[in-house]
Design a protein around this ligand. Structure first.
Ligand code: PRX
Length: 629
């Protein structure tokens, strides 16, 4: 079909359009209304219907392909590799679900999952989905403060975790960070379920901590029936950064979510049952939720969970996996490709990559050089896709499953069906013309699969994301963009204080709060600065209470390191600024507002723009001077 017609149907007649897409999943009870938008901007999809994500991802495939691979867990960190068929996955998920039930977890309870990329993490997510518990996965790279904020907000009855992860062959203990986070949080989970990988010693709290392997022994033959859920029940919460220091719990439903994933797996990722999908993201991020765990399995595909670096034992590792498991669709981030680009392509060409049909890239802007290099090296189409934790599936791309439209270098493509994407002027709200820069917004209602609300805070959802624009409610993506005369969009970075480091979304405010907690720091500003490899890195400018502490180069370097360690401990090393510069004043307006965009521009060697409101221009000279050091 022609994509323009397909798209138009989704906009003109969403009820009929989505009713058809809803046939891609199993419903326990049919819905009686496709969409209820009577309380905008809250959209309820498939009202009255009952379904279950675990049923659609696992049980549904038992009839036709129970012995085929479902989950392939590979770790080059521990040298392990294990393939679970749909039948085996079904058994493991039921065991985990039974353990959770034995620990008192019931429908609606929150279960926080703080785990590396191991099979048990997927079992835990699917087990929650099976019994109607709401999972909240926290990225394993986050440290105790980030974890504590999430425990505090989600109030989990149970936390599932491990002794340790591993990165670049170094063991990374999880348990001490988890214990510290529970200590920091006023909410205490009733139990902590621990997978002991034998990687690191761990202490256990009597009565609270439960050993996974031991508990599993009691539930080997567990049969845990599916808990059928209302379409608009909550499936999960995933915290993401925004303008404030407090991450938002993006809350997703069950029915709309399942339909959106099934639909995108068909039309965008072109996956077929029995094939293998390889997404290199992490379960701690939205790509891991949508396109490692749920999406591929809902499409009846085998999915690969990979723990390790893209370049260990060498830069051929991913391609060896593609060959071995006949991967047809692969999904990664531009940063990973930039890392691979530094290595000889012969490491890629050693392997038979003939199974691979398409490579999908998302999470950060895709530059032309990276895109060209990988497309040529692999000899398959490279499809960029733009979306967010909030939407859960692509907003802009080329839906090859509908029509093989041409791609344009530097553009993720055109609006995906279901999304009424617009570009509006930041101050007037007027629609921008072709090639005119503005804010990328989406007219409500958002399509199925997008966030229902901010967990526990409807008001924050409305106030953060929605504005009335010439009578229409619009959702802000907080991204700058332009649309060219052919209707292709180009994303030009965030309008808020979110930065994107190697495809990881981080809030500069959280980093600032962490740095400010150092006793000697009186003020700090963190901005995202362009980086050739990682897309962006965080750079901090701090004012110390006592400048004598940094009056020699050695002392300055020691202080910089000390503050970096604070960030590592609080948030995790991925949030650590690349540099901490010390200044005595920050560029601010006369009313005291930090001139963040100007500061960022100077760091990137660009013109800082209109600075007529600046309180003291000397602050800029200082910034320029420290950047030269
Ligand atoms: O700024 C955009 C950027 O990443 C943000 C969303 O990050 P996250 O919530 O982690 O979700 C990632 C889902 C893939 C966006 O607001 N971004 C994401 N994809 C692209 C992108 N920027 C440019 N091109 C993309 N393809």
């Amino acid at each position: 079909m022609n994509f323009a017609d397909f798209y138009q149907q989704s906009i003109d007649n969403p009820q009929t359009f989505w009713a058809k897409e809803a046939e891609r999943i199993d419903w326990h009870k049919p819905y009686n209304e496709v969409l209820d938008y009577s309380h905008p901007p809250f959209a309820k999809w498939f009202v009255g219907g009952e379904t279950n994500l675990c049923h659609n991802a696992v049980d549904r495939w038992l009839k036709t392909q129970s012995d085929q691979p479902a989950l392939i867990a590979i770790s080059t960190e521990t040298g392990s590799e294990k393939v679970y068929s749909f039948a085996e996955l079904h058994r493991e998920v039921q065991r985990t679900a039974a353990i959770m039930q034995s620990l008192g977890v019931v429908k609606g309870d929150r279960v926080l999952i703080y785990m590396p990329m191991i099979a048990e993490a997927a079992f835990a997510m699917l087990a929650c989905a099976r019994i109607g518990a709401i999972h909240s996965v926290v990225f394993g790279g986050f440290a105790s403060n980030s974890l504590a904020t999430r425990i505090e907000d989600a109030k989990p009855k149970l936390i599932v975790s491990v002794d340790a992860g591993s990165r670049n062959q170094k063991r990374v203990p999880y348990k001490p960070l988890l214990d510290a986070a529970i200590e920091l949080s006023s909410h205490k989970p009733r139990h902590v379920l621990l997978v002991d990988r034998g990687l690191h010693e761990m202490s256990r709290v009597a009565g609270r901590d439960v050993d996974y392997a031991q508990a599993r022994q009691h539930h080997m033959d567990a049969q845990v029936p599916i808990t059928w859920l209302a379409s608009d029940d909550v499936s999960y919460i995933l915290y993401t950064s925004g303008t404030t220091g407090k991450p938002k719990g993006v809350q997703r439903d069950v029915g709309g979510h399942a339909v959106a994933l099934a639909s995108s797996m068909k039309h965008i990722y072109c996956g077929n049952p029995g094939e293998t999908y390889f997404s290199t993201s992490d379960i701690g991020w939205v790509v891991g939720h949508s396109y490692i765990v749920y999406g591929p399995l809902i499409a009846g595909m085998a999915t690969i969970m990979y723990e390790g670096l893209p370049i260990y034992p060498d830069a051929g590792i991913w391609w060896s996996i593609v060959e071995k498991y006949k991967v047809t669709r692969m999904f990664t981030a531009p940063t990973a490709v930039r890392v691979l680009k530094k290595h000889p392509t012969k490491l890629m060409h050693k392997y038979d990559l003939s199974s691979l049909k398409t490579l999908y890239l998302a999470g950060e802007p895709l530059d032309e050089t990276t895109s060209d290099w990988i497309a040529t090296a692999l000899g398959v189409p490279v499809i960029d896709n733009y979306w967010q934790t909030e939407t859960g599936w692509p907003i802009l791309t080329i839906a090859k499953g509908i029509e093989d439209l041409p791609t344009k270098l530097g553009s993720p493509g055109i609006p995906v069906y279901g999304y009424k994407v617009k570009i509006i002027n930041e101050s007037t709200g007027d629609l921008c013309g072709a090639n005119e820069k503005g804010v990328v917004v989406i007219e409500g209602p958002l399509p199925p699969g997008c966030m229902q609300t901010v967990y526990g805070n409807d008001d924050r959802f409305v106030k953060t994301y929605w504005t009335r624009n010439n009578g229409t409610l619009v959702y802000s993506t907080f991204d700058w963009g332009i649309r060219d005369e052919d209707g292709y969009y180009f994303i030009l970075g965030r309008t808020d204080d979110v930065i994107n480091v190697a495809g990881h979304r981080l809030g500069t405010r959280e980093i600032e709060e962490s740095i400010s907690s150092h006793a000697q720091v009186s003020e700090v500003a963190v901005v995202g600065v362009e980086d050739k490899l990682k897309g962006q890195v965080a750079v901090a400018f701090a004012i110390l209470k006592n400048t004598a502490l940094i009056d020699t180069e050695d002392k300055r370097a020691a202080m910089e390191k000390e503050i970096m360690t604070v960030v590592d401990k609080h948030l995790g090393s991925l949030a650590r600024p690349a540099r901490i510069h010390f200044v005595t004043m920050l560029p601010k307006t006369r009313s005291g507002k930090l001139l963040r965009r100007g500061l960022q521009a100077i760091c990137e060697g660009r013109d800082p723009g209109d600075l007529t409101t600046i309180e003291d221009p000397a602050s800029l000279d200082q910034i320029r001077a420290v950047l030269k050091e």
